[in-house]
Design a protein around this ligand. Sequence first.
Ligand SMILES: CC(=O)N[C@@H]([C@@H](O)[C@H](O)[C@H](O)CO)[C@@H](O)CC(=O)C(=O)O
Length: 293
Amino acid sequence: MSQRDLKGLFSALLVSFDEQGNINEKGLRQIIRYNIDVNHMDGLYVGGSTGENFMLSTDEKKRIFEIAKDEAKDSLTLIAQVGSVNLKESVELAKFVTDLGYDAISAVTPFYYKFTFDEIKNYYNTIIGAVDNRMIIYSIPFLTGVDMSLSQFGELFSNPKIVGVKFTQADFYLLERIRKTFPDKLIYAGFDEMLLPATVLGVDGAIGSTYNINGRRGRQIFELAKAQKITEALEVQHVTNDLITDILDNGLYGTIKLLLQEAGVDAGYCREPMKKYTPEMVARAKEIYKKYF
Ligand SMILES: CC(=O)N[C@@H]([C@@H](O)[C@H](O)[C@H](O)CO)[C@@H](O)CC(=O)C(=O)O
């Protein structure tokens, strides 16, 4: 098992697709390079929501995991999101990425069906039980409908191979309780627009979509907040949130891809059913790029 430190700032890796929705390998490699060479990320979170993962086949997921490892090599930490409502697929992917040398795996809470907590617990223990690796829970209640309590996190954390949580929630009371109760577990801020308050509450890192293009400001917020320079950190968070608001208004993943294209990266298209770019959306992305970069 990799002993690499898992803390720090991670881009939730975008995937470049061509107009037909096929993986654009050259573009994907450019996005990875941009995250390493320009954003200076500590790591990549591969196969997350931002990677449009839940719309992909098993073979496509594997190919993306392979390309990311091949391009990044050991230059930064790699976490693979392998969660799926198909538990057998999750186990297969967990084995695949562990063999590739990924530093940790992560799995979204199983969604769509209203699984009981015992079923969710069995899902995590089954995936991580199949491999010699570390697991980070991916909690994102606004998309999955799964909102776990402090004691439920505690039950999952009782498995020593479950080492942390990617906390994409705005519940700062729960975040503070998890921090205080489980000081040895890793917590990642999942909402980029709330990086400053999450860092003040003691998260170990952050995983987000907008770091693919706005990694420099994410780093400033994270480091300033850790150094207790809250006024300065807030100034950068304000600019960042103006940018995130503009991105969200224009279409989240598509706009980040269009901004990357302005920066010279072949970030391609989103996969349907996500919408195709309209001329208005492209024009607006150009304005956003000029305003913030
Ligand atoms: C739903 C979603 O995209 N959430 C993002 C955030 O980075 C989010 O895009 C950002 O904070 C803007 O709201 C991350 O939490 C998702 C993520 O890390 C992932 O791709 O798995």
